[in-house]
Design a protein around this ligand. Structure first.
Ligand SMILES: Cc1cc2nc3c(=O)[nH]c(=O)nc-3n(C[C@H](O)[C@H](O)[C@H](O)COP(=O)(O)OP(=O)(O)OC[C@H]3O[C@@H](n4cnc5c(N)ncnc54)[C@H](O)[C@@H]3O)c2cc1C
Length: 223
């Protein structure tokens, strides 16, 4: 991966105890919702991709980053201050939420920071919301930008470690197992590999054509 840009950190804001929003200056960069940018470590020896969470017309570029225990890049990024410089690639990607052909209806399914590309889409195309957004989190307070999501579309929260009447108790796969799905829907999935694989299996078992399951995997856990 090539370092193409040096950008300035504009803001770091903690959204939950373990997820922060990093905003860098726009630097004239063009991107499409679904694109990622690879951010380099200070010595440029390593890079990690992060999905852009901002709309295409904003003055900064936002990322939602989970600080992982022992995670090299995420811990370093969490320690940055406004004014610091970061090296990164140009935007790239092939995941294109909501941009399936023929204008067929679609829904978004995300867990954790996997909501980032869908936030980018909703900020960029508020006039073309998904049928609904199914969002999996451990606790309600882990849900990122819930107010914004709810202002754009119906949000179905699947909460795995907290009981309540306002949300589905369980994982996104449990939710999908219980609902009837229209066969013309496109499904856009973003999150960790285990969720993506489980949801894809569950959708296929319900008769969804694999061509209508669009996937962005954030991380492959070592087997
Ligand atoms: C296309 C793409 C887009 C991505 N977008 C985002 C994003 O928007 N926000 C975001 O937070 N992350 C995103 N990621 C994940 C990100 O690239 C890094 O993998 C993550 O930040 C960990 O990097 P690290 O250097 O902190 O951890 P590392 O030093 O690489 O790993 C530390 C430990 O955490 C484990 N680990 C690594 N990544 C994850 C993970 N994502 N979840 C759980 N455990 C993990 C490793 O096995 C290791 O044990 C994306 C990944 C891809 C492929």
């Amino acid at each position: 991966m090539e370092t193409n840009y040096i950008s300035t950190v504009v803001q770091i804001e903690w959204k939950t105890p373990i997820v922060f929003e990093l905003i860098i200056d726009r630097n004239g960069i063009e991107f499409q919702p679904g694109d990622s940018i690879s951010i380099f470590s200070a010595d440029e020896s390593q890079s990690r991709p992060y999905s852009i969470a901002s709309g295409t017309k904003e003055t900064g570029i936002r990322f939602l980053i989970q600080k992982l225990p022992g995670g090299e890049l995420s811990n370093w990024l969490a320690s940055l201050q406004p004014g610091d410089k970061i090296f990164h690639s140009k935007p790239y990607g092939w995941f294109r939420p909501g941009q399936n052909i023929n204008g067929e209806p679609f829904i978004f399914i995300a867990t954790g920071t996997g909501i980032a590309p869908f936030l980018s889409y909703m900020r960029a195309f508020p006039e073309k919301p998904p049928g609904y957004c199914l969002y999996g989190v451990k606790k309600v307070c882990d849900a990122l930008e819930l107010e914004l999501l709810r202002s754009q579309c119906e949000v179905k929260l699947a909460v795995s470690r907290e009981n309540g009447h306002q949300h589905h108790c369980g994982r996104v796969t449990d939710f999908l197992a219980e609902v009837k799905l229209r066969s013309d829907l496109h499904f856009y999935l973003c999150g960790l590999d285990a969720m993506i694989d489980e949801v894809s299996d569950s959708l296929e078992k319900k008769g969804v054509d694999f061509a209508k399951i669009h996937r962005e995997v954030f991380f492959y856990a070592p087997s």
